[in-house]
Design a protein around this ligand. Structure first.
Ligand SMILES: [Zn+2]
Length: 137
């Protein structure tokens, strides 16, 4: 049975870490380390990682860490990877420092980094039409 309390309790703390990073009160590396530890703690206590990352994945880019302006899309990297059946673990790790949803610029860079003949515009259109993106709050 899942422990929902740990994930939902960690979510606002992870968001707070991103806000501290945004105000430059802590470094980018400190933020990434704290978030990694917090998500690990959730997993170790039978929590669901998606509950802990829900707030950060609806506001911040998992790669560059910018606070995505309200109303702008955040793209689900794992949904995309499932769709294309591709798992380049090193590349994924380097694009998910803070979360698993990416701003449009980083999503485009990730697709380009895959070095595959891939129609970026069609993929962005598909994610928007299928409603699998998050809209920044
Ligand atoms: Zn980004």
């Amino acid at each position: 049975m899942s422990n929902h309390m740990i994930g939902y309790s960690m979510a606002p703390l992870i968001r707070y870490v991103m806000e501290l990073k945004e105000k430059k009160e802590i470094s980018d590396n400190a933020a990434a380390s704290l978030i990694k530890e917090m998500i690990s703690t959730v997993g170790e206590n039978d929590g669901n990682k998606y509950e802990a990352t829900e707030e950060v994945n609806t506001s911040f880019c998992g790669n560059c860490g910018i606070h995505v302006p309200k109303g702008k899309p955040l793209f689900d990297l794992y949904d995309f990877l499932d769709e294309i059946d591709c798992y380049n673990e090193r590349l994924i790790q380097s694009y998910t420092r803070y979360g698993t949803f990416l701003c449009e610029d980083c999503f485009r860079k990730f697709i380009a980094a895959l070095n595959k003949d891939f129609d970026i515009e069609s993929e962005i259109k598909r994610q928007v039409e299928d409603g699998i993106i998050n809209i920044s709050r």
